[in-house]
Design a protein around this ligand. Sequence first.
Ligand code: HEC
Length: 329
Amino acid sequence: MKNSILILAVTGLLAGRVAGADAKVDFVKDIQPIFEQACIKCHGPEKQKGELRLDSKAAAMKGGKDGPSIVVGQADKSDLYHRVILAPGSDDIMPSKGDPLTQAQADLIRDWINQGAVWPDSAVGKAVAEAAPTVDTTFTSLGEPQPTAGEAAAIAKLEAAGVPVRPIAMNLKWREANFHMLGTNATDETIAPIKDVVTLVELNLAGTRVTDSGLQPVASLASLLTLHLEHTKITDAGLPQLKNLSHLAYLNLFDTAITDAGLESLKGLKNLKRIYLWETKVTDQGVEELQKALPNVQISRGWENEPAAKLAAVAQKEEPKAEKKEEKK
Ligand code: HEC
């Protein structure tokens, strides 16, 4: 979970940028941070998955076991671009683990390749270290944690139910709680004690049986930065509980029944940096309005929700690649 805070800190830096097809992409500023954050731990000095490295120009241009993955000037023909825009959960998607790239990040990669994949020889990437100092900066903005009187008892209760409630990092008093591993065994009742754990900054309720009214205790977690609600039964009726989470930076609503009406409740969350809306019922218009209200948020809707034309284009591009593999065998 430390990782996701880190990613928040990093994407926070990227969030301000909106890629237009014409904007000139700068490798060091725009692309290298993406590779460092999402790729180099598997494609760098430590590991070379698929025999590919993305930490230096020479290595990256050489490509991997399937040959060059960047075709200069042609994102369409570049395996590297194809892999980052696959639907979440696809076998070949990159990064192969963790959060997919956002649409904005994928667009930057596309534009960068199309603009000639300029990569200064001197730019050598490093994987982002797990304990980056940026984490501390995020937390200083929250002030000192002020545990409630009931906090210790609430934590004991949660841990007895099998929910780890741990400090987020060694010398920090902020905590994370993860209900995800209980899955559907976690009900509103299991979750209720969190209302006293006001030092929570990360809360994972993904895949639990939390209901709209079960989100009520979340409303008191004023320092919450990260909230996972994906694969749950929550609906628009639950989202007003999030209205006062003024620090919330990451919200995952993947695979929920949220509609545009639910997005209305999120428009005041000015610190929101990333929101996931794949497989929800939101519309283009609803997303556009949210983007207007929160210009710095990166909204991920997943490829499956892109206009049909784009989907068809991808399907077309996928085919030749499959054929190529066949030929090789
Ligand atoms: C958790 C590890 C992991 C991360 C992170 C990761 N990859 Fe990969 N990548 C792999 C593995 C494993 C393979 C080889 C299997 C395959 O071909 O699907 C691979 C293969 C590839 C290939 C094909 C290389 C070839 O020639 O066969 C490309 C291109 C690629 N990754 C790009 C990326 C990019 C871009 C990122 C970051 C956005 C990324 N990967 C992040 C594990 C990872």
